[in-house]
Write a protein that binds this ligand. Sequence first.
Ligand code: 5GP
Ligand code: MN
Length: 322
Amino acid sequence: MSKITLAEAAQILNNNDRFVLATHIHPDGDAIGSTLALMHALKKAGKQVEVYIDDKAPRIFSFLPGYELIKRPPENLPSAKLTADRLVILDANIDRISRVKDMTDAKVLNIDHHISNDEAADELYLDADRAAAAEIVYEVIKEMGVAFDSDIAVCLYTGIATDSGFFRYASTKPFTMRAAAELMEYDVKPNIVSEATEEKSFATVKGMAAALSTVELFAAGKAAGIFLDLPLVETLETTEGFIDNVRIIEGVDTAVMVKCQEANVCRVSMRSKRLDVAKIAVKFGGGGHIRAAGCTLNMPFAEAKRVIVAELTEALAALYRQ
Ligand code: 5GP
Ligand code: MN
């Protein structure tokens, strides 16, 4: 592994010709926005680019130009590998792109903003102070000397807006606002981006009501959780954004969602005001940011709930004792 500078990342992109781009499973607005923006910029610079995500790309992002070009690895991977000069991984470590890493033997260039990055890539440009991977891609594209256009701009804006909670989270800096303002000059419509990315089906809103009705307070009121068992999860199209309705509870530092995906596989999402939830996620093999992190617990739902409630209760007691 070697850590590289922004200029070196831009140079690697400019000096090579064939790229496979990838991002994490459970892709969000930043994952898809940063990846598609870099795809557009590389194509504009005359490069060959393919984008692979080993998961469904949620339909709410279908308004992004280039969405239809995202490919999903086939069930049985072909034995012939994709030839490329670089596999570029955005907004994630290598281990979160799942089977895309098996599709090519190309050297890995990793561009990320997660403090928990495992630094396993051949070349890593990491800036954990950036609110979104799309903020870094904004800088990289400038450094490459590729001019922004409306396709690049709407993808970057979507990544920055969604990962910063539409400019509300602590990660939002003057840089975030300046980048977004500049991108708006290329015909980005903030209302179109928020309407598209926040849209939920009627069934999902009904499901959200059922999910929210599981809400519990714990850790002396410093934490709140929603706990979604398998029968409930099976009725839901998505749980995106559910946790945002939990973290607003008065007095709550940390919000958690435990979601049973299949027997013995539970996804955990955490959001906090003060607690370092990335540390807790990493402890369980996951990762993220100080105030937004997640992990997967390979255990039955009741046990996952017990484990995460105990862990948060202890961490919050220690934090608020200080
Ligand atoms: P979410 O709760 O929205 O799934 O994730 C919150 C943040 O934590 C995101 O930045 C996401 O990329 C990161 N994250 C969530 N789950 C995992 C995980 O299992 N592993 C790692 N490394 N990061 C995760
Ligand atoms: Mn991100």
